[in-house]
Ligand binder design. Structure first.
Ligand code: PPS
Ligand code: MG
Ligand code: MG
Ligand code: MG
Length: 354
């Protein structure tokens, strides 16, 4: 099924960028050594893979859509100082290897890729820092999360390369590359690695890691008792105890599925869990737009709904974050209202304890 939507070209370019980035991050994982990871100001890890993949994706987007701003997770300030020299050199090498890799079918040299598309160190740092746009309600902008679930990546578990196009605060295109996710959850012999993509109004699809053989995605119908909750691996990122109480309230039988990154949104679209619950653990943490924009359009196009715990749509137009954190709840259309009711009941219980 070809995508003939208004954003079909954007989707094609992003799938090509995510395909290259997945190859880059997989190769980094094989060879990652201790001094190739930094701890950021917020205590979270970032690796040479995160920086190089952001440089790669930003370069491709900027070559192809030079007027579009980019909201990217990483910035290059730690790489510009003397102590960042070794990491910087490695990142420049990794990004150039990925940029200059041979063209795949459908790729175009005009996107800034292919043999000869080599960049200088300054150009690579500039590409990373192009992700510093503040976001906002108007016009086109891209989001890049070069490795979502960096902790999962370092554990050898799930992570995702995530890119979206937001136009006037609505996510129009979302692409999520998941190198470690099973191709087919019912048949592990098919191996791992898939790219998930959605264009608003044009459906959600799963591709191979090469960006070929699309298969339509639609969230299977479930009764609320038959749900399986998807949640973060990291207890600091979403409240596991809150989710436990929601399962009791709703009479859900199955154990939760813990999975890192926006792979959870992809898994939801294939029926590997009936709902994704992400309630805050700390007051003040604001969810980042790059952590949810691709997943939001993917779930909606697969027949689901993504809201906060009040049942309101996520607002991608307030800046680099989603603003005040009321949690994120994603589920199939039929069960979403029941999940929200369960969440609100548990919120009321928690309030009455204070
Ligand atoms: N306190 C807190 N609350 C909520 N979310 C947070 C918090 N701290 C970090 N983050 C963001 O979580 C992103 C990782 O997503 P997940 O929680 O789904 O995966 S994981 O369990 O952490 O691996 C992770 O994305 P990456 O930094 O791209 O890995 C962070 O943006
Ligand atoms: Mg992230
Ligand atoms: Mg990240
Ligand atoms: Mg991070």
């Amino acid at each position: 099924m070809a995508n003939t939507s208004k954003y079909a070209f954007e989707e094609k370019v992003v799938i090509a960028a995510v395909r290259r980035a997945c190859a880059l991050t997989s190769s980094v994982f094989e060879k990652l050594i201790k001094n190739e990871t930094l701890v950021k100001g917020d205590k979270s890890p970032v690796t040479v893979g995160d920086f190089a993949a952001q440089a790669l994706i930003s370069t491709i987007l900027h070559n192809t859509f030079p007027n579009d701003p980019i909201v990217g997770e990483e910035d290059a300030s730690d790489l510009r100082i003397e102590s960042g020299k070794l990491m910087r050199e490695r990142i420049v090498e990794l990004a150039n290897d990925a940029l200059t890799a041979p063209l795949a079918a459908g790729d175009n040299v005009a996107w800034g890729i292919g043999p000869g598309a080599h960049r200088t160190s300054d150009e690579i740092l500039e590409a990373i820092d192009r992700g510093n746009h503040p976001g906002g309600p108007n016009g086109r902008m891209w989001t890049i999360d070069p490795i979502d679930g960096t902790k999962g990546f370092l554990r050898g578990e799930q992570y995702a390369v995530c890119v979206s196009l937001i136009v006037d605060a609505t996510v129009q295109v979302g692409v999520i590359g998941c190198p470690n996710l099973l191709v087919d959850p019912s048949d592990p012999s098919k191996g791992t690695g898939a790219i998930f993509s959605a264009v608003r109004g044009a459906g959600a699809r799963q591709f191979t890691l090469e960006g070929t053989d699309p298969v339509s995605l639609s969230i299977p119908k479930t009764e609320v008792e038959g749900l399986k909750f998807l949640e973060s691996v990291e207890a600091a990122h979403s409240s596991h105890s809150f989710n436990d109480r929601v399962t009791e309230v709703l009479g859900v039988q199955a154990a939760h599925v813990r999975m890192d990154s926006q792979a959870k949104y992809a898994a939801l679209c294939r029926g590997e869990g009936g709902a994704y619950l992400r309630m805050p653990t700390v007051v003040g943490y604001k969810e980042k737009i790059w952590d949810h924009a691709p997943g939001e359009v993917l779930v909606v196009e697969a027949g689901g709904i993504v809201t906060d715990s009040r049942g309101e749509l996520l607002n991608f137009g307030v800046g680099r974050t989603l603003g005040e954190n009321f949690g994120v709840i994603a589920a199939g259309r039929d069960v979403h209202p029941k999940v929200i009711a369960g969440v609100q009941q548990v919120q009321a219980e928690e309030k009455s304890k204070i």
